[in-house]
Design a binder for this molecule. Structure first.
Ligand code: HEM
Length: 433
């Protein structure tokens, strides 16, 4: 998993660009070995700055967070989510962030927690005739889709439909990823040149989200979006789709990594089973139990450290920008990589080992610039607290009922696509306890 610092760094712009395409985690990890907070380099014709380490992360995401815009790959012309809160800039983004923020207010969390536990308890039954091997990444993507649709849009959807929608989300994400790396970008609406699978999936997702919005006009999210973006139907649709996609893809992969790590580390899994047994016995968890489950929280923190689903956060400066005494010309790309930062040995001793105990007794860690699975600053993940609660409840309910193990010879390896995904999926054997 780790990337050796002895690898030769590619010397020319072009070889660096090729290396970035071939192995971005390796290239960025190597560049981050310099002791400088900001490492400057060019790839092709473009100037890049890699910000690794606490001070650099603070400078880019927090201190200069308001002066910077989203970087490459975040395409405002994207017809599905380009005008939603993840990608939009300026006034539209501020309106959207203000509109969705109340949905994530803690006053609703007890209700969300209750719904999440019901959904996962019910879902978990499909494994009860095991032991059986499943693709855990696909399972978790469907589960998290069901959760985000039920909690935020009040939509009761059957699993078969959700499996199809989850596949559609993967298809459009794959296309967006390929497109972000390609030198030639045909307009999105040239239906005859773009891949058919993308157009079909995009059309299906738009139809589906419009129907959900229409059927559930009274949910807080729909009311907030419609009140705040009243005259702009397109922004309402793209915002709702953004929240569903951002909420399910990241959390689904984060859970897949967490179960993969538990399968690889039976000792950790046993400690977690014991904690759950002591605190909960056989009853299902509630939101009020979470503070009494420090090892569970540590497992989740550690999984998000080793395999942060958002492995790269990028920005660019519309105006000249001075950071730590150096002035950058407009159009410089700033890269902050949660993955690279989380694997720096100076910040995390034995960075590649899965050691949840490193988090015990740490209290709140929101302020740590060395830990950034949800980013930092004004564009920090709006769903962070919901995602953390959701992960804790899903892992608790599953681990109470099942053990997970990994097929012999399976190698768990990260592949950086739009999210950090398991390169060969996550085949796990699930056995009732
Ligand atoms: C483990 C799960 C999750 C991870 C790792 C994650 C990670 C992130 C990160 C790193 C960003 C900031 C990107 C940047 O600064 O450029 C972000 C933004 C965002 N996330 Fe999450 N996220 C997760 C779950 C969720 C959930 C559950 C939701 C909603 C239900 C959500 C909705 C959003 C939205 C709307 C934004 C855009 C915020 C803005 O720009 O104002 N995320 N997420």
């Amino acid at each position: 998993m780790g990337h050796s610092s002895t690898n030769q760094l590619p010397r020319t712009n072009i070889t660096r660009l090729l290396a970035f395409h071939r192995d971005p985690l390796g290239l960025l990890s190597n560049l981050a070995q310099s002791d400088l907070p900001l490492t400057h380099f060019r790839m092709g014709p473009w100037p890049f700055v890699l910000a690794a380490g606490e001070e650099a992360v603070y400078q880019i995401l927090v201190r200069h967070g308001k002066e910077l815009e989203k970087g490459p790959g975040m395409d405002q012309k994207n017809p599905l989510i380009g005008r939603g809160p993840l990608i939009a800039e300026g006034t539209l983004w501020r309106q959207e962030r203000r509109a969705v923020q109340p949905v994530f207010d803690h006053q609703y969390f007890e209700h969300y927690a209750h719904q999440i536990v019901q959904i996962v308890t019910d879902y978990a039954k499909i494994f009860s005739d095991g032991p059986k091997q499943v693709m855990m990444d696909n399972e978790m993507l469907v589960l998290t889709l069901k959760i985000v649709v039920s909690t935020l849009l009040d939509g009761e959807q059957d699993l078969e439909l959700l499996r199809q929608i989850s596949t559609d989300v993967q298809a459009v994400m794959t296309y967006f990823f390929r497109r972000s790396r390609s030198a030639i970008r045909i307009p999105y609406n040239w239906r005859y040149l773009g891949p058919r699978s993308y157009h079909r999936a995009a059309q299906e997702l738009t139809r589906w989200i419009k129907q959900l919005l229409m059927e559930h006009p009274k949910t807080l999210m729909v009311r907030r979006l419609q009140d705040d973006l009243a005259t702009d139907d397109d922004a309402v649709i793209q915002s709702a789709l953004t929240v569903v996609m951002a909420g399910h893809e990241t959390t689904g992969h984060a859970l897949a990594w967490t179960f993969g790590l538990l399968a690889q580390n039976p000792g950790v899994q046993k400690t977690l089973q014991d904690e759950l047994e002591t605190v909960l016995g056989r009853r299902v968890p509630t939101i009020h139990d979470l503070d009494a489950l420090p090892f569970l929280q540590s497992v989740i923190r550690e999984a998000l450290r080793l395999y942060p689903p958002v492995w790269l956060i990028s920005r660019k400066n519309p105006q000249p920008l001075t950071v730590l005494g150096h002035t950058y010309r407009p159009g410089t790309f700033f890269l902050v990589s949660p993955y690279v930062t989380h694997h720096l040995p100076g910040l995390y001793p034995e960075p590649d080992s899965f050691n949840p105990a490193r988090w015990l007794n740490q209290g709140r860690i929101d302020h740590l610039m060395s830990y950034l699975p949800f980013g930092h600053g004004p564009r920090r993940c709006v769903g962070r607290d919901l995602a953390l609660m959701e992960m804790a409840l899903v892992v608790a309910v599953m681990v109470q009922r099942y053990s997970v193990s990994m097929p012999k010879d399976f190698i768990m390896r990260p592949l950086p696509k739009l999210s950090l995904v398991p390169a060969h999926g996550m085949p796990l054997v699930i056995s009732p306890r």
